[in-house]
Design a protein around this ligand. Sequence first.
Ligand code: 4NP
Length: 160
Amino acid sequence: MGGMEKTRVLFVCLGNICRSPIAEGIFWKRVRELGLEERLEADSAATGPWHLGEPMDPRAAAVLKKHGAYFDHVARQVAPEDFERFDLILAADREVERDLLRLAGAQREKVRLITEPWGGGEVSDPWEGDEAACEETYLELEDLVARWIERIAGGPNGDS
Ligand code: 4NP
């Protein structure tokens, strides 16, 4: 529909070098496949300060490249404006969700656990694993991101 406001999704994890960039790469890939570039937008951010300004983890980059979902990424931290700018702020785990809720102020309802479409639970954290662990995380996030996009855009054609 012309002139429709975009829905903006922010993926958040602890470091913004593994889980949330993987989710963001999957999101953009799926949006391109569905032709929803005019309706959906995403970014990702960290709750923690350790990796700001760094590119994504090499294992995450390798997995995204393998799936045709790689993009240029620089880690950044969640900022107060994010709670105004984004419509949905998806936390990679409960610790991240807790930290986001502390920062969210009046925008608390925008903060959700990324596993909500599964009814809760956790996405595998590949931080201490190898590339195979990253692949596992990718597959979990691929399913979850598809479910979120379906919720937001209303089906595979985004027309309902
Ligand atoms: P991410 O992974 O939150 O998926 O980006 C991590 C990255 C860095 C750290 C922990 C998790 N860290 O402790 O530095």
